[in-house]
Ligand binder design. Structure first.
Ligand code: ADP
Ligand code: MG
Length: 508
């Protein structure tokens, strides 16, 4: 029986501090806690560390090396050396593919361990960290590995006097800064295409969730990705993150996180070497339900879409817009979904709704719940922090009714299990409300009317519009935002555009 299987078999039922279970698991997992540069784990140049605290019991689970500008610089130098040597960048795509497939196999072999690290570090239910997060990470590595020897360059229509070639080359040294909501999956959305395209990489995980990535980079080395090609520097945003953004020898930056910090990266670029910056930032996604929709399906997806991962998803459908004539009926059903998603210990394999990331996020979410009530929205379900005695951080699935789109809880990203319900009367009004936001990451429309579905998919200004679902397409569809939700796309072959330069070659 694997480690996680043993753990799951003996998993605590219901809320419990789970300290012993966590300590026991950690002693067997032996989390990697140092900076990974040039194929080796090393301490921070400053010798400093920071505490990682589990959101399940509020206890310290690891002391992690605190990378800063000097460590970033060492990592970039190592990445540059590896890139210039050609040890990875000059390999035939098919050769990189072979190594990446070996990497994916190693990830699969260690899937339980990675899932357990993820759950202990940031509190998502173990059943999802394994079946969703880690499973998708493996799929991403395989997908880009398989893709890279199947994409062709172009010949330009120059005429008979010469030959014009348009080639895609690796960017060079790519820096990536990762959020904590899907620590491994967001990292994989970036490292899979970045490495497949032949770049060297310096990646900074979020300070709230570095443990799984530190194990993954070790597995990458074991799979044969050469030293210096894949470096991981844990540390804080304003120090390590900013140093990466401003580094003069980083050729491109890929960021996922808040809109506020996304804007910093544009500044860092302007203040340094004008590196291209791709950003995947916040969202406040409209989820528009017309009266003719399959309501049972819409109810389930509307609830799950937000309560999954405790609402800590940038594309969560948090503005639930319901055609006025069916609103009350819909909300009664939605209350049932909320009741079924009561938060519980994420180490329990039955749990579908785990913790909030930490105390800071919990306070932030609770302040939005307070703001919603102050602004006059009706608290229809949930709204309380629960299970405090466990030392962990849990908030009930929460639904606000009678929300106006101008309210704070409709305009700002809460990043918690909170749905804001807004009624609309017709398709025109729905489009107007949907677009009345600084964000444009995602939108969903529920209707059986194909004309209306297609019209709305065109009129809503968002990177993705799903019809009769709040998700879909998996890795085959690009993901990214309009407006202040970002620049550029993750997933699909289009992700490769950010990690390759276009070169024109003309032969007379
Ligand atoms: P959140 O506030 O939800 O944690 P952030 O956008 O602050 O989201 O964090 C996402 C990532 O950006 C993390 O890796 C974090 O360390 C990094 N980060 C935060 N602030 C800065 C900053 N000022 N400069 C560079 N990176 C930052
Ligand atoms: Mg922040």
């Amino acid at each position: 029986m694997s480690l996680a299987e043993t753990f799951i078999k003996n998993a605590p039922q219901g809320i419990s501090p789970a300290s012993d279970e966590i300590a026991q698991a950690l002693s067997r997992l032996e989390p990697r806690t140092q900076i990974f540069i040039d194929g080796k784990f090393v301490p921070a140049a400053s010798g400093k560390t920071f505490d990682r605290i589990s959101p399940i019991n509020g206890k310290v689970i690891a002391k992690v090396a605190e990378g800063d500008a000097e460590d970033i610089d060492r990592a970039v130098k190592s990445a540059r050396k590896a890139f210039d040597s050609g040890v990875w960048s000059d390999l035939a795509p098919a050769a990189r593919k072979k190594t990446l497939l070996r990497f994916a196999d190693l990830l699969a072999k260690h899937a339980d361990e990675l899932a357990l690290l993820e759950t202990i570090d940031m509190g998502k239910p173990i059943r999802f960290s394994k079946a969703v997060d880690v499973a998708m990470v493996i799929e991403h590595v395989r997908w880009y590995a398989e893709a890279i020897d199947k994409v062709y360059d172009e010949i330009a229509p120059t005429g008979p006097g010469g030959l014009g070639m348009i080639r895609r080359e690796p960017m060079g040294v790519v820096g990536a800064v990762i959020p904590w909501n899907y620590p491994l999956l967001m990292a994989a959305w970036k490292f899979a295409p970045i490495l497949a395209a032949g770049n060297s990489l310096v990646m900074k995980p979020a300070e709230q969730s570095p443990l799984s990535l530190l194990r993954v980079v070790e597995l990458a080395a074991e799979a044969g990705i050469p030293a210096g090609v894949f470096n991981v520097v844990p540390g804080f945003g304003p120090t390590a993150g900013a140093a990466l953004g401003k580094h003069m020898d980083v050729d491109a930056i890929s960021f996922t996180g808040s809109t506020e910090v996304g804007k910093y990266f544009l500044k860092y670029s302007g203040e340094s070497n004008m590196k291209p910056v791709s950003l995947e930032c916040g969202g406040k996604s409209p989820n528009i339900v017309f009266a003719d929709a399959d309501l049972d399906q819409a109810v389930m997806a509307s609830g799950m879409g937000v309560f999954f991962n405790s609402g800590q998803s940038c594309n969560a459908p948090t503005r639930l817009m319901i055609e006025a004539s069916i609103k009350d009926q819909f909300l009664e059903k939605l209350k049932g979904v909320a009741a079924n998603m009561a938060p519980d210990n994420p180490l329990n394999p039955k749990t579908a709704h785990g913790t909030i990331l930490d105390g800071t996020q919990t306070k932030r979410i609770m302040s939005y719940i307070e703001a919603g009530q102050k602004e006059g929205a009706k608290l229809f379900a949930g709204g309380k922090q629960v299970h405090q005695a466990s030392g962990g951080y849990y908030i009930e699935p929460t639904i606000f009714d009678n929300v106006k789109n101008s309210m704070k809880i409709a305009q700002e990203e809460i990043f918690g299990p909170v749905i804001s319900v807004i009624a609309f009367k017709d398709a025109n009004e729905a489009v107007q409300i949907a677009n009345d936001t600084i964000y444009g990451l995602w939108a969903s429309v529920w209707t059986k009317n194909i004309d209306r579905a297609l019209t709305l998919s065109r009129k809503i200004r968002a990177g993705t519009v799903t019809i009769n679902d709040v998700d879909g397409g998996g890795i085959t569809l690009p993901f990214g935002g309009y407006k202040q939700s970002g620049i550029g796309r993750d997933k699909s072959l289009h992700a490769l555009e950010k990690y390759t330069q276009m070169k024109a070659i003309y032969i007379k």
